[in-house]
Ligand binder design. Structure first.
Ligand SMILES: Cc1ncc(COP(=O)(O)O)c(C=O)c1O
Length: 469
């Protein structure tokens, strides 16, 4: 038997004997549903991929796919100047920037996951705290921890305060608590638009969090990876229109208010230096979500206000640089501004269409959800299904001699975890469960709705049928 202690301490802390989560995830990736070839495969409603425009993107990429001599060489590990120029142009045209982003302020990395690792490496030491509000995009835990050994610390924020200025008090409380234990808070990660809630932050909320960070000299990583996937409430007029009609369209949201704000990139602030020392602010964006190219593994760090940070990120970026061939291809893709603009419009149109169908389905099936406006997902409350599932397990175990579970207060995250494993393995639907996103109570899930409606509907039906039957 191999002695683990021969590994580095970092590696030892990264390996585990319990492979349930990994095996369950692998099932979704390795045994995907296909109507013709694998009808009993797993329907993937869990991994944040936008599959609604695949054909168009494939056709475009195949039309510009040509390997040249230049692609055979090392190239610039921070991203070729041609690519960084096209990224800057794209950001400058679509993020309503206050000042144009300069290509030299961009570091290209192989995906935002790698980008967050690079940023954490530059900013954090082992044991430093990185604050993030819950629920959150769960991979952030590993992104800051696997190599850097910084620790993601959750700041539970009530869902109805997620977009609001009032949330700052929770950050203050957590900061003070950590400080009293001698733990240094080095960074906040703010996903705007929010993953998993699919909401945009208000300007006031962003300003308050930035002011808080400035007060304590904390870096703010603005993860704007869903910036261009805002399908509802893009503008103030749009929001007003939705407000007028929403009563009929989105009915059963119960306590979850449908509060909409337009997306505001931190790059668009005209008064940033009056709110925070801008050298504390870093932005990431990439191809995976807004351009539906997860597999291309290409993201970018934008640091217009801190040259020293950029230099340090460039140095370490040598471990995460993208193939020159992919860089050339994406340079060509982004330089076709007509294609990009119409593609982004199509992404938003398709997302809205699927969001509308999904919320109608949920309403018809009495499943509550948090209204969303951006991203590829919707948070749903499967608490009733979890209660039913739990009672079925008790019945299997004890026949009819058991006390029926009637309320969500009687189920645990362990129950939710077991239901999730059952749903994926036996129900053949992969979802992101509440424990993944650090939901505040058991029973929540995040569903991806950016897959063709036929499959999505089948997945939703399978999910309900599996628990009900
Ligand atoms: C909020 C957020 N940040 C970062 C990432 C990582 O993206 P990438 O595919 O570029 O590594 C994701 C992917 O799901 C995400 O949702």
């Amino acid at each position: 038997m191999f002695d683990r202690k021969l590994l580095s301490k970092v590696a030892q802390s990264n390996v585990t004997d319990d492979m349930t989560v990994t095996e369950t995830y692998n099932l979704a990736i390795n045994e995907p549903y296909d109507k013709e070839t694998n009808p009993n495969g797993v329907l993937n409603l869990g991994v944040a991929v936008n599959k609604l425009q695949e054909d168009i993107m494939l056709e475009k990429l195949n039309s510009i796919n040509q390997v040249t001599r230049k692609d055979l060489e090392y190239g610039d590990h921070t991203g070729s100047i041609e690519l960084r120029t096209q990224i800057a142009n794209t950001v400058n045209r679509h993020f309503n920037v206050h000042e144009n982003v300069n290509p030299n302020d961009i570091v290209v990395v192989n995906g935002c996951t790698a980008g967050i690792d690079v940023i954490a490496s530059v900013i954090c030491d082992p044991g430093d705290a990185v604050l993030v509000s819950t629920p959150y995009y769960y991979s952030l835990e590993e992104d800051v921890n696997l190599r850097v050994k910084a620790v993601l610390v959750s700041v539970p924020i009530p869902i109805d305060e997620t977009q609001e200025k009032s949330q700052v008090k929770y950050y203050e409380e957590k900061f003070n608590e950590l400080e009293s234990k001698g733990i240094k808070t080095k960074m906040i990660i703010l996903c705007n638009p929010h993953n998993p809630l699919g909401k945009n932050y208000s300007r006031e909320a962003l300003e308050s969090i930035l002011e808080f960070a400035n007060k304590h000299k904390i870096f703010v990583l603005m993860d704007e990876i869903y910036a261009l996937s805002v399908y509802r409430g893009k503008t103030v007029e749009d929001i007003e229109n939705i407000r007028q009609t929403s009563k009929n369209t989105f009915s059963d949201t119960e306590n979850n208010d449908d509060v909409l704000y337009p997306f505001i990139s931190v790059l668009s602030f005209d008064n940033l230096d009056q709110i925070i020392d801008p050298s504390l602010v870093i932005v990431i964006h990439g191809l995976s979500k807004d351009f539906c190219l997860n597999g291309f593994r290409l993201g970018w760090i934008i640091s217009p206000w801190n040259k020293r940070f950029t230099q340090a990120a460039q140095n370490i970026g040598v471990f995460s640089y993208q193939a020159i061939f992919i860089q050339s291809m994406i340079t060509k893709l982004l330089s076709d501004t007509q294609f990009i603009d119409s593609f982004i419009n199509l992404v938003n149109k398709n997302l809205l269409e699927n969001y509308t169908k999904t919320t109608q389905f949920l309403t018809e099936n009495n499943i509550k959800y948090v209204p969303a406006q951006a991203g590829l997902f919707i948070c749903v409350n499967l608490g009733n299904l979890l209660i039913k599932w739990k009672n079925k397990q008790l019945e299997k175990q004890f026949g009819n001699k058991y006390e029926k579970v009637l309320s969500i207060k009687q189920v645990t995250f362990e129950d939710e975890f077991n239901m999730w494993v059952d749903i994926v393995h036996n129900g053949r639907i992969y979802i992101t469960s509440g424990f993944h996103i650090r939901a505040h109570e058991p029973g929540w899930a995040r569903l991806i709705f950016a897959i063709p409606w036929e499959q999505l509907k089948l997945g939703l039906e399978r999910l309900i049928e599996f628990v009900e039957k």
